[in-house]
Design a protein around this ligand. Structure first.
Ligand code: NAD
Length: 322
């Protein structure tokens, strides 16, 4: 039986990944400080350690105690706009406290790190679909922290032999029968459109003059279950001796904001007000993955990332039945 440490396992993607690890029979240790997560997101059969990764004594002792074969590192702050307004906590958590985790891994002789990186490392890409070799010019402090920690992982491999896979997610979305997307504040498009469809609010579209077919920004939406599956494959890849790498995780298909709004109208049968507004600073016009490297190396494919399926999975779980 493999033991996997999941940091941030009380959050959205970490909880779904924990569910899949438990389902295949791995022993899972979740560490989360619940700063942005929810205790009821942690699978009953996982060991839950309520702690901050910056707490070196606790992290050292849990590593010594459970001796994980691999670590999946989700823990961090994730809101681009918040990182622009107040970058300090992002640098502290996503780089500083994450490096404390690496130091504890090194002192316990543990390697094999799967890291939650982001398409935000690319900034405004020169070429779409985006390959992993595209230049890294993040346009927000959040994106910079993700790229900085990828570089830290490279330094720790050179100095201490810590092997890693950085998974650069495009837009995580969708829900499973037990887990829904819950962020506070919720800055992601699909949960906000679903809220509008439930009658809660007007949906704002930021920018209608991008160089895209309908003028609104284009993104690549990938179902959270597909993302979780890639983590299990990346853990196995590292445990089997795979070399460190970075992989894009996206469906390879792009949808504009207006296309997502139409998908929500189609799936829910509801209409809602839409406010067409100005661009937000730093938002790239188009982010679509070239996921071919993940396919070649992990045999991974986004199987559940059809846009209507993503929307329906969230709508069915989150909307109380009449
Ligand atoms: N959601 C997306 O679309 C997306 C896209 C690209 C990358 N990512 C990355 O994926 C990861 C997970 O994203 P998510 O949507 O599940 O976020 P989330 O906010 O739901 O989960 C993050 C979890 O980390 C915990 N945490 C934060 N700092 C911690 C610390 N110092 N010690 C212990 N726990 C801590 C939070 O309490 C939370 O439960 C993040 O690293 C994020 O940057 C997410």
């Amino acid at each position: 039986m493999q033991t996997v440490l999941v940091t941030g396992g009380a959050g959205f993607i970490g909880s779904v990944t924990t569910d899949q690890l438990v389902a295949r029979g791995d022993r899972v240790i979740v560490v989360d400080d619940l700063s942005r997560g929810f205790a009821d997101n942690v699978h009953d059969e996982a060991v839950f350690v309520h702690a901050d990764l910056g707490d070196r004594a606790v992290v050292e002792s849990l590593l010594a105690n459970y001796r994980p074969d691999a670590v999946i590192h989700f823990a961090g702050y994730i809101a681009v706009g918040e990182s622009v307004e107040d970058p300090g906590p992002y640098i502290d958590r996503n780089v500083g406290r994450s490096t404390t985790l690496l130091d504890c891994l090194v002192s316990n002789g543990i390697g094999n790190v799967v890291f939650s990186s982001s398409a935000a490392v690319y900034g405004i890409p020169g070429r779409v679909p985006i390959s992993e070799d595209e230049a890294k010019h993040p346009t927000s402090p959040y994106g910079w922290t993700k790229w900085a920690f990828e570089e830290v992982l490279g330094f720790y491999e050179a100095a201490h032999g810590v092997r890693h896979v950085a998974l650069r997610y495009f837009n995580a979305a969708g829900a499973t029968s037990t887990r829904v997307e819950r962020h506070d504040p919720e800055t992601h498009l699909i949960p906000n459109i679903l809220e509008a469809a439930r009658g809660g609010k007007t949906i704002s579209v930021f920018g209608t003059d991008y160089p895209t077919p309908d003028g609104t920004a284009v993104r690549d939406y990938v179902h959270v279950s597909d993302l979780a599956d890639a983590h299990l494959r990346a853990v196995d890849y590292l445990i089997n001796g795979g070399a460190s790498t970075a992989l894009n995780l996206g469906s390879g298909a792009g949808y504009s904001v207006l296309q997502v709004i139409e998908a929500v109208r189609r799936v829910t049968g509801r209409d809602f007000p839409v406010d067409l507004g100005a661009r937000r600073a730093g938002d790239p016009p188009e982010l679509v993955a070239d996921p071919s490297r993940a396919r070649a190396l992990l045999g991974w494919e986004a199987m559940q990332s059809d846009l209507d399926h993503i929307v329906r999975s969230s709508w069915d779980v989150e909307t109380p039945k009449a």
